[in-house]
Design a protein around this ligand. Structure first.
Ligand SMILES: Cc1cc2nc3c(=O)[nH]c(=O)nc-3n(C[C@H](O)[C@H](O)[C@H](O)COP(=O)(O)O)c2cc1C
Length: 179
């Protein structure tokens, strides 16, 4: 293969990647902080990849995709449990805090002052989260850069405030009723 072909394939892969990112940025999603605690340590990370898998299996199941270098992913794999805290529309600051890379001490500071306490199953639960899904790790698949982490849901806490924080077109948003 000539250099010319190699470089045009590279350019077209970069173009595909940027078009993929732009396309996905248009898909508004809800925002969750996935937390874990146990022998692997306490950790958490902001995700937009939280997705329902099924309500009707042996138990309800959900998944999240988390970068393999995230210490939160490593801790979830060791702790074999996590809580998916679906953020309320007022909790943008929490999303920002858990989306900032940090060293060990700074990571612990992520949990300060936000009303975190062990929920059903012992995983960190955020006061005021619109829903908290308490999960046992069912399976995890490393697909290239990300772990696809599947959780078997053992309990769900629902707050009285159902409006979830959204993220789309590279910004935080709220859902509004259409005419
Ligand atoms: C709204 C939003 C959604 C995100 N969704 C994901 C996601 O689904 N998976 C992921 O691995 N990172 C996601 N991130 C990026 C991580 O939160 C961010 O990279 C964080 O710094 C990772 O920290 P860590 O690697 O120190 O755990 C998201 C960030 C934001 C702001």
């Amino acid at each position: 293969m000539s250099n010319c072909n190699a470089s045009s394939i590279w350019v077209s892969m970069m173009d595909l990647r940027s078009r993929f990112l732009e396309g996905m940025s248009r898909a508004a999603t809800f925002v969750a902080v996935v937390t874990t605690d146990g022998p692997g340590g306490r950790d958490g990370v902001t995700v937009s990849s939280l997705t329902s898998v099924s309500a009707d299996g042996e138990a309800p199941a959900l998944l999240a995709c988390i970068h393999h270098q995230s210490p939160a992913a490593v801790a979830i794999l060791k702790n074999e449990a996590f809580c998916a805290n679906l953020l309320h529309e007022s909790q943008q600051a929490v999303a920002g805090r858990f989306a900032t890379r940090g060293e060990r001490g700074e990571r612990a500071a992520r949990f300060q002052g936000q009303g975190w306490a062990p929920g059903a199953g012992g995983q960190p639960q955020l006061a005021g989260a619109t829903a908290a899904f308490h999960c046992k790790l069912a399976t995890a698949l490393l697909w290239q850069t990300h772990y696809i982490i599947v959780g078997q849901v053992s309990a769900v806490d629902l707050s009285d405030e159902p409006a979830a924080l959204l993220y789309g077109q590279r910004g935080y948003r709220k859902a509004v009723d259409l005419e």
